[in-house]
Design a protein around this ligand. Structure first.
Ligand code: UD1
Length: 420
C-alpha cells in the first residue's frame, strides 16, 4: 500500500493545472448508456473512481477504450444489466447506472451501495422517484431489482432533499422515458448542469437547466447521438489547491478552472484575508499578513461545498481566533478531526459542528486518511506541520485527485509517495 511522506513547513510558488471534474465525469460516463453511438469524452481525470465506473460499463458489455484523458465508450451492444456488488461496493456513485439502465432496457439489477465513511448516504430518493415514473422496485439479496416492462413514464418528481446523484439519475431516466418529467428541488451543482447540457446537445429537450426545476421531455426509449465533449474543470481539486496556497501563505496560480464555480470558496478565502486575482480561467491566491478565523456552513451549490469542509477546517487551524464549522450534509464527516488532533490541532466537536481554535503550531506525525477529501486535508496540514508527516491509506486520495503529489512537488512541496 502506498503512503505519502511530507516534510514541513513549506512554502509553495508557481502554478498548477486543474484536471477534469471527477463528479462531472461519473454521471457523464453513465450517460453513455443512453447513446446509440460510440461516445468520446475528453479531459477525463485519470483517477481510480473513473476507472471503476469504466470497468463497470465494460462488465455490462460496453466496448471501452480508455486512454489517459480520453475515453471512448460504445454501449450499443450491451445486454448485461446487472451491476455487481464487487464494483458497486468500491464506489457509491456506481448507483448512477440505475436510471439509464432502467430507462433503456426496462429492467436492471444494481447492488445496493451500502454505508460509507462520511455517513449513511441512502438512495431512497432515487428509488422513490423511479417508482413515481412507473418502476417496480424491490430489494433482494443486497440488490435493487428494478423493472418497468412498458418503459418509464414522465412524472412530477419533488425531491424532499437536494440530491446530486439523485438528480443526475432521474435526468438520465427521464431522457428515455415516455413524456414529460418535472424535477422540483433539483440539484444546481455545475456537474448536474453539464450533464443536462450534454443531453440537450444530443437532442433531448430540457428546460430550466441550472435552476431548481428541470423539465425533461423523454424520447420513449429512442437512443440519442452524443457528440464528443470535454469534462468541466474540477472545482473541488481547484479549491484544494487554493487552500494549499492559503495554508502555506504562498502565491499560487490555479489554472484551467471556471472561477464562477468557486465563488463560495473564493469568498471564504477573501474573508480570511487572502487577496485573489481572478481571471476568466484562473485564480491567483496571494499571501496575507494574518489569517482571520471564519464561520462556515456546508450547503448545496452555490453555497459552500461539503467537499471543501475538511480542507477549510484544516486551514482554520492556522487562522488567528476561533472558527466555527457546521456540516449540514453528511452526519459523519469529521473523521479527519481526530487525525488533525494527532498533529496538534485544537478542535472541539459537538454534533455536526466543529470549533477550531487557532493558531496552533502543528507537528508532523503518522496519520490515516479516512475518506477522499479528508485525505487531502491531512496533506494540507502536513505542509505546515514541523517535521515529517506520513499520510497512510492514500487509496482514498487516489480515488479523486490526479497526481496530487506530482502537482504539489511542482509547486515546491517536499512530498513523496512511498510503499508501506
Ligand atoms: C455528491 C458528490 C459528493 C458530494 C455530495 C454533496 C458525486 C459522485 N458525489 O454525492 O462528492 O459530497 O454530492 O455535495 O457527485 N440523501 C438521502 N437520500 C437519497 C440521496 C441523498 O437522504 O436518496 C441525502 C444524503 O444522505 C445527504 C444529502 O441527501 O445527506 C445529499 O446527498 P447527495 O447530494 O445525494 O450526495 P451524493 O450525490 O451521493
Amino acid at each position: 500500500m502506498d503512503y505519502l511522506q511530507i516534510v514541513g513547513p513549506t512554502k509553495l510558488s508557481g502554478s498548477v493545472d486543474i484536471s477534469g471534474a471527477k463528479n462531472a465525469a461519473l454521471p457523464l460516463i453513465a450517460m453513455t448508456l443512453l447513446a446509440k453511438n460510440e461516445v468520446t469524452i475528453n479531459n477525463l481525470p485519470n483517477v481510480v473512481d473513473i476507472k471503476t465506473l469504466v470497468k463497470l460499463l465494460s462488465n455490462l458489455g460496453a466496448t471501452v477504450d480508455l486512454k489517459k484523458e480520453t475515453v471512448k465508450i460504445d454501449t450499443c451492444c450491451l445486454t448485461n444489466t446487472k451491476a455487481t456488488y464487487d464494483i458497486v461496493k468500491t464506489m457509491r456513485a456506481s448507483i448512477l447506472v440505475l436510471g439509464p439502465l432502467l430507462s433503456r432496457f426496462g429492467h436492471c439489477e444494481v447492488s445496493l451501495p451500502g454505508g460509507c465513511a462520511i455517513g449513511q448516504r441512502p438512495i431512497d430518493l432515487h428509488l422513490k422517484a423511479l417508482e413515481q415514473m412507473g418502476a417496480e422496485i424491490s430489494i433482494e439479496a443486497g440488490y435493487v431489482l428494478a423493472k418497468a416492462p412498458d418503459g418509464l413514464k414522465g412524472a412530477h418528481i419533488v425531491f424532499d432533499k437536494i440530491t446530486v446523484t439523485g438528480t443526475a439519475n432521474i435526468v438520465m431516466a427521464a431522457a428515455l422515458a415516455k413524456g414529460k418529467t418535472i424535477i422540483t428541488n433539483a440539484a444546481l451543482e455545475p456537474e448536474v448542469v453539464q450533464l443536462c447540457e450534454v443531453l440537450k446537445g444530443a437532442g433531448i429537450s430540457i428546460d430550466g437547466i441550472g435552476s431548481s426545476e428541470l423539465t425533461i421531455y423523454g424520447t420513449d426509449r429512442r437512443l440519442v447521438e452524443i457528440e464528443p465533449f470535454e469534462i468541466i474543470p474540477d472545482r473541488i481539486e481547484a479549491g484544494t489547491y487554493m487552500c494549499a496556497a492559503a495554508i502555506t501563505n504562498s502565491e499560487v496560480t490555479i489554472n484551467k478552472i471556471r472561477p464562477e464555480h468557486l465563488e463560495a470558496v473564493s469568498s471564504k478565502l477573501e474573508q480570511m484575508g487572502f487577496t485573489l486575482d481572478v481571471k476568466p480561467s484562473s485564480i491567483t491566491v496571494k499571501p496575507t499578513k494574518s489569517i482571520k478565523a471564519v464561520d462556515i456552513i456546508t450547503q448545496e451549490f452555490p453555497a459552500f461545498p461539503t467537499d471543501m469542509q475538511a480542507q477549510f477546517l484544516t486551514l482554520c487551524t492556522q487562522a488567528d481566533g476561533v472558527s466555527l464549522i457546521e456540516e449540514r450534509l453528511f452526519e459523519n464527516r469529521f473523521m479527519h478531526v481526530s487525525e488533525l488532533q494527532r498533529l496538534g490541532a485544537d478542535i472541539k466537536l459537538k454534533g455536526n459542528s466543529a470549533t477550531v481554535i487557532g493558531k496552533v503550531k502543528l507537528v508532523g506525525a503518522d496519520v490515516m486518511a479516512t475518506d477522499l477529501r479528508a485525505s487531502s486535508a491531512l496533506v494540507l496540514a502536513a505542509m505546515v506541520a514541523k517535521g515529517t508527516t506520513n499520510v497512510h491509506r492514500i487509496y482514498h486520495l487516489d480515488r479523486g485527485y490526479v497526481e496530487l503529489e506530482k502537482k504539489l512537488q511542482k509547486l515546491g512541496a517536499n512530498i513523496k509517495r512511498l510503499k508501506e
